[in-house]
Design a protein around this ligand. Structure first.
Ligand SMILES: Cc1cc2nc3c(=O)[nH]c(=O)nc-3n(C[C@H](O)[C@H](O)[C@H](O)COP(=O)(O)OP(=O)(O)OC[C@H]3O[C@@H](n4cnc5c(N)ncnc54)[C@H](O)[C@@H]3O)c2cc1C
Length: 466
């Protein structure tokens, strides 16, 4: 074994170092199968001290590091390059509960715990950890932090950044930043932990986090509603907010094309197909029947299309499954050019109309699948063509993106609302991000990782010099 790998094995134990292609294969390919890498090896450390020793060793040997959580990134952020020289550090063994403080509504866990495990721990303690994604069975807390993950309840509870109280981070040179504070207020200087949230593993490796917990809701009112158009959907969002305040937890929209696709792969499951469908959920700490009645009474005062209310937990889960089936269903249907864009909610209808018109002009027969978290302005906007087998789809990716992102930024939006930038969107960020913001990002990268060893090839290290 080469001396570097022997030193890695000495730190983590030889059984936790993967070098054989059959063992490293799952770490070398991204979720969407767009990026095939070739890692030098995969190291699975079991403690913060081991991570610190590994990063020190990598720095001494000038070996680049790719932190990897659940490997559910949709933009190739956790995939090594094909050089065979990058060490993947997988966090799955670092998955312990360190502390839970229900009186303070906080929990401290290690970065390799899956989101579903954290949700379960919180529920077992009679609390809610509200981050919720379709990938929650696989994605890890470190990955959620490093992408500033959003998901299905951002409208009420915010993204991962807003759910974070403290972090423990190993810097590229092996020093450990101890900021596992459980405080909600702290004005003692700059909040440096924020740098690592959304950094996609390019400034350091997160080993643990202290996160906020919330009361576990006891009541839910969940409805699947049909509306005449996206304008009507956004008007409904505004009216629901006025009527129910922060009891409105979820407001997800789905275009007709999405509903038709779901119907194709899950026949008979959809209650109806309408120009747009909306999944609405209210939650509070009272009684479900009472909350459902309030929603029914309120809906009766509105002019809407068809609607279905969940009367039981099983019916509620069925409605949620329809929404969560969207990602998997698209995957079954074939590749698409994916966008994870955000615009102010109020701009969604005009953005959708302008973008559809521009894309149809440029690509007659284009198919647009638009769905997502309209409550916080975040849309999944996925494009495919009606050509046989979507032939040459990705050859047109840049032209499609130029149209979509131009309109996104015209409406003061973002090209990466929750999935991050990774390998997929770095060059677009350079075009649209404020030049001074880019310069500050470069300076921070240079300060923390002057040798550029942390997750190279992803957007921050790809920014290069001005
Ligand atoms: C079906 C499906 C649905 C999804 N839905 C959503 C959604 O609703 N909302 C949403 O926000 N995302 C969603 N995603 C995207 C993805 O699940 C999230 O980005 C998730 O947060 C990634 O977590 P992970 O552990 O899989 O990270 P990975 O994919 O392993 O890594 C993501 C990035 O984080 C870095 N990283 C991982 N762990 C660490 C660490 N401990 N320290 C430093 N850097 C680290 C990696 O280097 C990489 O840059 C979805 C993905 C899928 C496949």
């Amino acid at each position: 074994m080469p001396p570097f790998l022997a030193a890695v094995a000495a730190i983590i134990g030889p059984q936790h170092l993967l070098t054989q292609p059959q063992d490293t294969a799952a770490y070398a390919l991204d979720y969407r199968r767009r990026y095939q890498g070739l890692p030098l090896a995969v190291a699975l450390p079991g403690s913060t001290a081991e991570v610190a020793a590994l990063l020190q060793l990598c720095q001494a040997h000038q070996v680049a590091v790719v932190p990897q959580g659940g490997n559910t990134s949709t933009c190739g952020a956790a995939t090594p390059d094909a050089s065979g020289r990058q060490l993947v550090i997988g966090l799955r063994r670092l998955n312990r509960l360190r502390a839970i403080d229900t009186a303070n509504d906080s929990i401290t866990v290690e970065a390799g715990m899956t989101l579903a495990q954290l949700q379960q721990l919180a529920a077992d303690a009679g609390r809610l950890f509200p981050l919720s994604l379709a990938s929650e069975g696989s994605c890890q807390i470190g990955g959620n932090l490093s992408t500033n993950a959003g998901g299905l309840a951002v409208l009420r509870y915010g993204t991962m950044r807003e759910l974070t109280l403290g972090l423990e981070v190993v810097l590229p040179d092996g020093r450990v930043l101890h900021q596992l504070s459980a405080l909600r207020k702290d004005t003692s200087g700059l909040d440096v932990k924020q740098l690592f949230i959304g950094a996609e593993g390019q400034l350091g490796l997160i080993t643990a986090a202290t996160l906020k917990l919330f009361p576990l809701p006891t009541a839910h009112a969940t409805a699947w509603l049909g509306v005449a158009g996206s304008q009507a959907a956004i008007a409904l969002l505004s009216a629901l907010r006025q009527a129910f305040g922060d009891r409105l937890t979820t407001f997800e929209i789905m275009s007709q094309a999405c509903q038709q696709l779901l119907d194709k792969y899950h026949p008979g499951q959809l209650p109806f197909i309408q120009p747009w469908a909306v999944l609405v959920e209210l939650s509070d700490s009272g009684d479900s029947q009472a909350l459902q009645q309030q929603l029914v009474d309120w809906l009766a005062t509105q002019t809407l299309g068809d609607g279905v209310l969940a009367h039981s937990e099983a019916e509620r889960q069925r409605l949620w499954q329809l929404r969560e089936a969207m990602s998997e269903t698209q995957k079954r249907d074939g590749p698409s050019i994916k966008h994870d864009i955000g615009v102010p909610s109020s701009a969604i209808p005009v953005f959708l109309a302008e973008c559809e018109a521009a894309l149809t002009r440029a690509f007659p027969g284009v198919r647009i699948l638009a769905f997502g978290h309209a409550g916080d302005g975040n849309l999944h906007y996925n494009i495919s063509f009606t050509r046989p087998d979507n032939a040459d789809l990705f050859e047109d990716e840049d032209s499609v993106n130029a149209i979509v992102y131009e309109l996104v930024y015209r409406h003061q939006g973002t090209l990466a609302a929750e999935h991050g930038v990774g390998q997929l969107k770095g060059h677009w960020l350079q075009r649209y991000q404020d030049p001074l913001a880019l310069q500050l990002m470069r300076s921070i990268k240079q300060l923390l990782d002057p040798q550029g060893l942390m997750n190279p090839g992803k957007w921050l290290s790809a920014l290069g010099d001005e």
